[in-house]
Write a protein that binds this ligand. Structure first.
Ligand code: ADP
Length: 262
């Protein structure tokens, strides 16, 4: 029961009924719990690198600063942890921007082939250093998409970057793009470590990681796929994932083609 009963009268002396408002609060409670979990997760994710930074600074101040080798090692760690904090804050800002502006996002024309090419160019250096091949397999005449271009590219960056992170040397990450009926399909497929079935349904949740230690080692914030999902939603599309352990993973994005472009 959401409110106190209200007595209904048709004149000051005559009661004709009682109004009780009953509201289903399960959804509100669920959202409230998600929000609390999110705040707790963010706090934890911020605190971990900060604790480490503080620890190394204290050790330096206590004398470790005198030893050049130790000092440089500690400074490198502080540098890495600061980078982690920056990446986390950037991803949080990105997520909140997409959530807040998603309804009124600008409608820019997007050339899928060109965007994929540009993103591959950005990531090619990291891929090469890990001996991973990036392949652009987007159909020539794929229809234009409409939405925020930077978000579209961010979506590709996050998926391809994950492909690179979770694929051993010698493997490949391929972007496939084509049209079927009223949809543009974009697939990002890798030949990586794969993901066990039991994790797939939770993969797009904020801070959900299959292997925390590994993800930390490869430098993920745990927000990459949550950002991807929100971007896909801003394009009124959907995203699915299929995977086989030790074989690879495929993310499939289905985006509606604008009516006038059919
Ligand atoms: P992270 O920043 O940890 O990579 P994401 O939200 O991008 O966070 O991904 C969530 C988790 O999903 C990762 O920690 C990883 O365990 C798993 N994952 C994402 N992409 C892949 C992939 N291409 N291959 C294997 N595992 C993946």
């Amino acid at each position: 029961i959401h409110s106190n009963p209200i007595t209904l009268k048709d004149n000051p002396n005559r009661k004709i009924g009682v109004l009780i408002i009953i509201e289903d609060v399960t959804e509100i409670r669920k959202l409230e719990r998600l929000r609390k979990d999110f705040v707790a997760n963010v706090s934890h994710e911020l605190k971990t690198p900060l604790t480490s930074i503080k620890g190394f600074i204290e050790t330096l101040k206590e004398g470790a600063v005198e030893n050049k080798k130790v000092r440089n090692k500690f400074l490198d760690i502080i540098d890495i942890e600061t980078g982690r904090l920056t990446a986390l804050i950037e991803d949080l800002l990105m997520l909140s921007e997409i959530e807040n502006k998603h309804q009124m996002a600008e409608m820019e024309e997007i050339d899928v082939n060109k965007s994929v090419g540009e993103v591959i160019q950005i990531l090619n250096e990291i891929a090469k250093s890990k001996d991973i091949e990036l392949i652009n397999n987007v159909e020539e005449n794929i229809p234009k998409l409409y939405g925020k271009r930077t978000w579209f590219k961010q979506m590709l960056i996050n998926l391809i970057d994950n492909g690179i992170k979770y694929t051993p040397a010698g493997g490949k990450v391929e972007v496939i793009g084509y049209r079927t009926n009223d949809f543009v399909i974009i697939k990002v497929r890798d030949t990586g470590i794969g993901i066990e079935k039991k994790h797939l349904s939770r993969l797009f949740e904020r801070f959900y990681r299959v292997d925390k230690a590994r993800s930390r080692q490869v430098g993920g914030t745990g927000l990459g796929l949550a950002i991807v999902k929100h971007i896909v939603l801003s394009f009124k599309g959907k995203i699915d994932v299929t995977s086989e352990v030790n074989k690879g993973t495929e993310f499939k994005i289905t985006l509606p083609v604008k009516k006038t472009d059919k």
